[in-house]
Design a protein around this ligand. Structure first.
Ligand code: A5P
Length: 230
């Protein structure tokens, strides 16, 4: 186990202290959140907490089942107490790029439905500017893929269609769509870029999460710190 795994786990354990008896919790996706789901499962088992989880992906759903976290849906609970999730890059304002796990659309919906958004990362995810060495994942309806690709280039992006690892052809998301990983270089106005992308018909969602994180737990080599949105 390298320091990053220890850091992710330590940050996840701290973040899960927000989860109280009776909470309805959005369950994010990724390797970091996997530690949080295991810890929620432990607390349900040992402390008999009554928790309901709303998963953001098949990964989160299967992990929740594995850890015996009872599940619900946004249909039953359109308002969640909190969401726990990871991120791929976080800047000083706590704006984020998410979606390297391909779950960005459901993650953004669940985050929007949550009163409190708690993010868990290791310190390698911190950046002074979004977009530096980090593409923005953009989920696109397959029907529109080539058209959207051309538009992404017009917006000065360099889109790469995400390829599947153990299947031929592109990644197909939990929603049946494709993902372009778009290199925009350093992003000065993330909200503006997000709006420009979302105006394109066929774009389902972007990995730019602006003014959504309330608190970020950052695992580092020397311990866990918390950042709060200014
Ligand atoms: C999933 O689509 C992403 O938004 C994840 O939250 C992100 O990729 C974090 O994953 P790791 O914890 O595995 O880095």
């Amino acid at each position: 186990v390298n320091w990053q795994d220890d850091a992710k786990r330590a940050a996840a354990l701290s973040a899960v202290t927000h989860v109280k008896d009776g909470c309805i919790v959005g369950l994010g996706s990724g390797t970091t959140i996997a530690y949080a789901l295991k810890e929620i499962g432990r607390r349900i088992r040992e402390q008999h907490l009554k928790i309901l989880g709303v998963p953001t992906s098949y990964q989160a759903l299967l992990l929740a089942v594995k850890h015996h976290i009872p599940l619900s849906t946004l249909d039953e609970h359109p308002r969640l107490d909190m969401a726990l999730d990871g991120a791929d890059q976080v800047d000083g304002k706590l704006d984020m790029i998410k979606g390297m796990g391909g779950a960005l659309t459901r993650e953004k919906i669940v985050a929007s439905a949550s009163r409190l958004n708690i993010i868990i990362i290791d310190e390698t995810k911190l950046a002074s500017k979004l977009g530096v060495n980090q593409p923005v994942p953009v989920e696109v309806m397959p029907f529109a893929a080539s058209w959207v690709e051309a538009k992404l280039r017009k917006l000065s992006g360099k889109p790469v269609l995400r390829e599947a690892a153990r299947k031929l052809g592109p990644v197909v998301t939990d929603n049946g769509n494709f993902i372009f990983d778009v290199d925009f270089g350093s992003i000065t106005r993330p909200q503006e870029l997000n709006m420009q992308l979302k105006e394109l018909p066929g774009v389902i969602e972007t990995g730019l999460f602006v003014q959504m994180a309330d608190v970020v737990y950052v695992g580092g080599k020397t311990g866990v710190r918390t950042l709060k949105r200014p």
